[in-house]
Design a binder for this molecule. Sequence first.
Ligand SMILES: Cc1cc2nc3c(=O)[nH]c(=O)nc-3n(C[C@H](O)[C@H](O)[C@H](O)COP(=O)(O)OP(=O)(O)OC[C@H]3O[C@@H](n4cnc5c(N)ncnc54)[C@H](O)[C@@H]3O)c2cc1C
Ligand code: SF4
Length: 338
Amino acid sequence: MRPFQYSRPSSTPEAMLEVRNILAAGSLSSASFLAGGTTLLDLMKLDVVRPDRIIDLGALASEFGAVRRDGSSLRLGAFAKMAEVAAHPDVTAEYPVIAESLRLAASAQLRNMASLGGNVLQRTRCAYFRNPSWEACNKRTPGSGCAARDGANRMHAVLGTSEDCIATYPGDFAQALLALDASVAIIGPRGNRTIAFASLHRRPDATPHVETSLEPGEIIAEFIVPAAAWTRRSLYLKIRDRQSYEFAVASVAVGLDLDDGMVREARIALGGLATVPWRAQEAEDALQGRPLTEEAARAAALVAFRGAVRQSHNAFKITIGQAALVRALLQAASMEIR
Ligand SMILES: Cc1cc2nc3c(=O)[nH]c(=O)nc-3n(C[C@H](O)[C@H](O)[C@H](O)COP(=O)(O)OP(=O)(O)OC[C@H]3O[C@@H](n4cnc5c(N)ncnc54)[C@H](O)[C@@H]3O)c2cc1C
Ligand code: SF4
């Protein structure tokens, strides 16, 4: 392990003061935030990331570590632990897609340690990215190439890919937030702001190393999930290579607002299939105003993958993704809502 400086600010103002000082000294690019550490320390041990300075934000859990209601919205603190939010009674009863996306992610030990903010900001599991002995990885070293294009790309993305990167976004919870039209409350050295969750992750395009729209030194404080007609009739379906803890081969977050079997509104996000959490807007539109039959679900699934680009080893992901979407829609339609 390489040496690094460590600090643990006790509050948000203290953290921001530290960030502003580092920003003024021009060394923010070599600093990194730490929450649960389950991604960051992993990548440091692999020598993929090499921060000179770690700012441990764990103490901010006293400000942003809870689930709370704010008018009609649900606010999820970014430093809340995945396990706590997955078991929260308000979340399990009214936002089952959130509870399931967290419960089906990682292992019990990881969920007890890992935070919501760290979860949405986790890095790809692309094996070439995670192993610096491979030189060609545009995400790790801009301009170096992409070893996965001609390599082992079974788990890589079929949606949102670019010439420069085909790595899959690996998380589960992000799809639930995306399907539910959540937003992100951000605290930064130049002020606070709130953005749509849909604009947090950036597609790789020609700059795969730029993964989010966060500015230097910005901290995610909360996720805000609006109340809507489709939150109760919602679920997360995850297909993985084994039933114990494993990343998704394909996953679907669905929320439905039904009127006597007819779709008033559908909300769909796909995971394990795209370079970013992927909203299937055209599939949602294809369902609107139609009875939710198997035929309608299959038609929507075809639409969702119309722009898919397969690699040498991952064409099966299109088939599995479509099947997962059909199954998720039919299961959501048959949910008993109290
Ligand atoms: C073996 C294994 C299996 C896993 N399986 C799954 C799975 O199936 N599904 C899944 O979704 N995840 C899975 N994960 C990933 C795991 O859920 C994440 O590692 C975890 O959620 C990250 O949270 P953390 O608090 O530990 O983040 P950290 O490691 O502390 O931080 C991660 C990144 O986010 C930044 N960061 C953290 N919090 C903030 C914040 N509030 N504001 C700004 N920046 C911040 C950090 O600087 C760092 O870059 C797995 C991980 C492992 C090791
Ligand atoms: S897919 Fe992306 S992360 Fe993987 S090797 Fe290519 S550039 Fe790197």
